[in-house]
Design a binder for this molecule. Structure first.
Ligand code: NDP
Length: 484
């Protein structure tokens, strides 16, 4: 060990916890319907996954709650849909600005209820959430220019169902384009992460959004199913697992309701031997350990060109040893808590299958907190394409490493999955980036970077990753009737 490494090993980061004081939680929350809080008939407790501490009681939405929310959205639609577009834009701009003003409060809450590191919710989730409202506010009065000669009109009521990995950001991806297009909304957040959606209702009140334009009903999958099936819903937008996505598609068949699905992924991050390897290692780490790997577009399959595989894996393992796992509210934390006991069990089961099938596991030395749900950053080498860890979405901080020799082989292996959401390419050669991007069957291809998002850039997948796009004009079109 060099002298520098010895010195480095002795350095410890002092705790730098963000204060929780800024968030005032109520003991109990209802559903937000028609601009009022509706008292729920059933409730459940939402917790902090890092400590298992109970945070609040929230409503378990029943079919009657969903019916009330859809009713409120239907009632609000004629006025909201006919409002002068520039007026609609004003509300969206207002929401965006309030999100910025209250970003610290919302970031703390997001980390508390979801388990993600505060530096991610503060520097990624919140700025992007506000950016989505700003972006779509800008389009609200320009729909005629965005979709020329097609007489763009809103659809009616959008039923939106979001997952727990980016709660407020997914809410923004869904609500901002729907409102900009003139629709009204009923949204169901994920069961484990309802709190930022409920706080968002306060943002709506502050923005003086007319009652009924946005309604939030909390609850589990049953609430989601009731929303999907409600006859008063004109369009369903869903982000979540492929399994539930398929079920929704089956239920909507023949109903005439519009549907967009943003489902799972098993992205290949392809690293060529001419790349800037240290930068690529940072990209690989960001690709899979960002948000504990609870990312649909996570770079969960690392494809290394054989000539650099050994060196890359060694660098990666060393880098893993420097990741700090722990309190999501500590500003130095890189890897936070797993979102739920259920998700932890799923990760553990898939990791055990990787070991049984013959892959070699590496985890850096790291002490997991005693309470809460935790999983150490993990790398698997010696992975065959047929292994479950190379095929199934683990949705956790687990990377499967495979190798390739030629670009053609890289493409074959990268595309050898049921999914098609995202991919990464690391090379110094511009022409190779374009060659790869043309052949990779993925909705998003990042070059020499990973997990970059912009509201103007459409995001979505092929194959079992779903259909429809979010972001950009592509994300606006599914909320509009176009043509005569
Ligand atoms: P789900 O697909 O079950 O959850 C997504 C959302 O759909 C949640 O709000 C959920 O409610 C709701 N929902 C569940 N069942 C139904 C239904 N029948 N009709 C309508 N809505 C429903 O994902 P999970 O949270 O169960 O996660 C399971 C796996 O899915 C993960 O391990 C991961 O692999 C993958 N996943 C992928 C995501 C992505 O972005 N691609 C996001 C989340 C998960 P509730 O919260 O109550 O379950």
């Amino acid at each position: 060990m060099t002298e520098l490494e010895q010195v480095g090993e002795r350095w410890e980061y002092a705790p730098a916890p963000e204060s929780r004081e800024i968030v005032q939680l109520r003991e109990r929350y209802g559903h937000y319907v028609g601009g009022e809080w509706l008292t729920p008939t059933e409730t459940y407790t939402t917790i902090a996954p890092s400590t298992e501490e109970a945070l609040a009681e929230v409503g378990q939405g029943t079919a009657a709650d969903v019916d009330a929310a859809v009713g409120a959205a239907r009632e609000a639609f004629p006025v909201w849909g006919a409002l002068r577009p520039a007026e609609r834009a004003k509300y969206l701009f207002r929401i965006a600005r309030i999100l910025q003003e209250r970003s610290r409060e919302l970031a703390v809450l997001e980390s508390l209820n979801g388990g993600k590191p505060i530096k991610e919710s503060r520097d990624v989730d919140l700025p992007l959430a506000a950016a989505h409202f700003f972006y779509y506010a800008g389009w609200a009065d320009k729909l005629e220019y965005a979709f020329p000669n097609s007489n763009p009109r809103p659809l009616g009521v959008a039923g939106q169902i979001i997952p727990w990995n980016f709660p407020l950001l997914m809410l923004s991806w869904k609500i901002a384009p729907a409102l900009a297009a003139g629709n009204t909304v009923v949204l169901k957040p994920a069961e484990t992460t309802p709190l930022t959606s409920l706080f968002f209702c306060d943002v709506l009140r502050q923005a003086e959004l007319p009652p009924g334009v946005v309604n939030i009903v909390t609850g589990d999958g049953r609430t989601g199913a009731a929303l999907v099936e409600h006859p008063g819903v004109d369009k369903v937008a869903f982000t979540g697992s492929t399994e539930v996505g398929k079920e929704i598609q089956r239920r909507l068949a023949g109903t005439g309701k519009r549907l967009t699905l943003e489902l799972g992924g098993k992205a290949a991050n392809v690293v060529f031997d001419d790349c800037a390897l240290d930068q690529a290692v940072e990209g690989i780490v960001n690709g899979i350990y960002f948000n504990q790997g609870h990312v649909c577009c996570a770079g969960s399959r690392l494809l290394l060109q054989e000539s650099i595989a050994e060196q890359a894996v060694e660098k990666l393992k060393r880098r893993l040893g420097t990741l700090r796992l722990g309190d999501p509210l500590d500003k130095n934390t890189d890897v936070g808590a797993i979102n739920s006991a259920q998700q932890l069990a799923k990760i553990q089961e898939l990791v055990a299958s990787g070991q049984e099938e013959g892959a070699e596991i590496f985890q850096p030395e790291c002490r997991l907190p005693e309470k809460g749900y935790w999983f150490a950053p993990t790398v698997f080498t010696n992975v065959a394409q047929s292994y479950r860890i190379a095929q199934e979405e683990i949705f956790g901080p687990v990377l499967s490493v495979l190798t390739f020799r030629t670009p053609e082989e890289a493409v074959e292996k990268a595309n050898n999955t049921a999914y098609g959401l995202s991919a990464g390419v690391w090379t110094e050669k511009g022409s190779r980036i374009l060659w790869m991007a043309e052949r990779l069957r993925a909705g998003v291809v990042w070059a020499n970077t990973f997990n970059r998002f912009d509201p103007a850039s459409p995001f979505g997948g092929y194959k079992e990753s779903g259909f429809g796009r979010e972001g950009g004009l592509h994300g606006l079109a599914p909320y509009l009737e176009l043509g005569e």
